[in-house]
Design a protein around this ligand. Structure first.
Ligand code: ADP
Length: 486
């Protein structure tokens, strides 16, 4: 049985800033169901540290940058029965409220290189046998935060202290974890890793590059994104490296955790429903309109956004073409946190058109569920999108996704062309070219379909019957792990 250590900075439901948490939360059980032996490794952020139960001390962990040390704990986390978790206790590094990466002013913590270097170091120590009871065959690191795990495992292998292999998953190549060259001396890596064939990236240290350079296998979260990041436009300067590693690069589509995202069992909803009995969705829409002061009108198509407010998500297109949405008689509800200018734009729209636009700032898991259930269309016009989960949640909840044909959005939504509607494959609206006119045309097509309730219901039904389960993805990951051990 392959023993796998998942190394991640986020974990749903305990700590979440985006899709990484959903994936890290769902994948372990899916992998275990496929026969892997799983354990987790996380930094001791307050939400994780306080949730840890039945803890024991595994060993102290020295800091590579100087005096002081952390404690590596082992215990269990709620919701992860049978999957032990290692947590790094280092209050001076991790005991900070709120977002795990930056302060309240959105300024990244100045010691982030240390905070996440320790995560990589702990992974390699476990691969070397720090816990006498269990040692991973594969260290699976997620995103730049865990990128140094791959470099550290490679260093341990060079020193013949482990035979473990590493896998690295890119959830978003645009966030790279780069630091000044001076940070290198604090990471505990062998000096020769400071090289273009190592962790150096244009004179800086790059944790993302550490993952891409040293992982024995690389995965990313959709087949199309795996292709796109090997080109200059989306390669973020790492496309050459990714092309050179294309034989080890796999695109594995994320799944939907049916225990969390299922309108038939969702306890947050005004009324549950499913594809066979979709009537409850109308009650969810009415409740959403009522709670947020929107006109109580079942005939108005309700568009929704649940998103980090960043330029990546294509929200400027929505703002630019807002008048079209309003003129067509649509309503818009936005739940998001992030960029102050986008936040202000949606606030302004909500203040001017309170019966048609509602905006809630912040992260709100419960409201997110209610929005997918109440909405008719979910807008995901991202400029780029590694996988995207909200279009999948939209499909499951009968909110037709309107998306830019890019990354995982291209892999998961089928446009309402006449032929794909006739063959009952269509599930949403897909536009080509990242500009407002293309988005606007997709919006017009959504309004046109809305005028044909039967056709709309048929597309919605197809969408709700799509299954993006974690089982298929878990099987692919297991194949990747097995390939590493041959
Ligand atoms: P990304 O990881 O780039 O943010 P994804 O679509 O992969 O995008 O995942 C986003 C996840 O975060 C989804 O689970 C989505 O529902 C959730 N989410 C985003 N913004 C909010 C918010 N303001 N409140 C609640 N959940 C949110």
């Amino acid at each position: 049985m392959t023993q796998v250590l998942q190394v991640t900075a986020e974990l749903f439901p305990l700590l979440k800033t985006g899709g990484l948490a959903d994936v890290a939360g769902a994948l372990p059980a899916a992998l275990q169901a496929q026969g892997a032996s799983l354990r987790l490794l996380l930094p001791g952020f307050p939400a994780i540290r306080h949730a840890l139960r039945h803890e024991t001390l595994v060993a102290p962990l020295g800091y590579p940058w100087g005096e002081g040390r952390a404690a590596l704990l082992r215990g269990s986390l709620p919701g992860f029965d049978g999957i032990p978790a290692y947590v790094i206790e280092a209050p001076e590094l991790y005991d900070r409220p709120g977002n795990p990466y930056h302060d309240e002013g959105h300024i990244p913590y100045a010691d982030n290189h240390r905070r996440f270097a320790l995560l990589g170091l702990a992974a390699a120590r476990l691969a070397e046998g720090l816990d006498p009871d269990w040692r991973p065959d594969v260290v699976h690191a997620h995103d730049w935060h865990a990128g140094l795990a791959c470099a550290q495992v490679a260093a341990s292998r060079q020193r013949r202290r482990t035979q473990a292999r590493s896998g690295f998953t890119i959830h978003n190549l645009a966030y790279q974890g780069t630091f000044g060259a001076g940070a290198f001396n604090e990471l505990g890596l062998p000096p020769h890793f400071w090289a273009v064939e190592g962790v150096e990236f244009y004179g800086q240290v790059s944790f993302m590059k550490a993952g891409l350079q040293f992982a024995d296998a690389i995965t990313t979260v959709s087949p199309t994104y795996a292709h796109e990041i090997q080109g200059a436009e989306q390669g973020c300067g790492l496309d050459g490296l990714l092309r050179s590693r294309s034989a080890q690069l796999h695109g594995i589509l994320n799944g939907v955790d049916g225990a969390v995202w299922n309108p038939a069992t969702d306890g947050y909803l005004a009324k549950t429903y499913d594809a066979d009995r979709p009537e409850g969705k109308a009650a969810c829409k009415a409740a959403l309109q009522k709670t947020h002061g929107l006109a109580q009108d079942p005939t108005a198509p309700l568009f929704a956004i649940v998103s980090r407010l960043t330029e990546q998500k294509g929200l400027p297109l929505v703002v630019d073409a807002l008048q079209d949405l309003l003129d067509g008689g649509g309503q818009l509800i936005v739940l998001g946190a992030g960029d102050a200018r986008l936040d202000a734009a949606f606030n302004h729209a909500a203040a001017r058109h309170p019966l048609q636009v509602a905006h809630r700032t912040g992260m709100d898991e419960r409201l997110a569920h209610r929005i997918f259930a109440g909405a008719d269309i979910v807008l995901v016009p991202s400029r780029f999108e590694p996988c995207g989960l909200t279009q999948l949640y939209g499909l499951a909840y009968g909110a037709l996704p309107l998306v830019h044909r890019v990354g995982g959005l291209a892999d998961t939504v089928v446009d309402c062309t006449l032929e794909d509607m006739a063959s009952r494959h269509a599930t949403g609206f897909v536009f080509d070219g990242f500009h407002t006119d293309a988005y606007r045309r997709a919006l017009r097509r959504a309004f046109a379909l809305w005028q044909q309730p039967e056709a709309w219901a048929a597309v919605r039904d197809t969408g709700m019957r799509q299954r993006f389960g974690w089982n298929d993805a878990a099987k692919r990951y297991i194949e990747v792990y097995q390939g590493l051990q041959r």
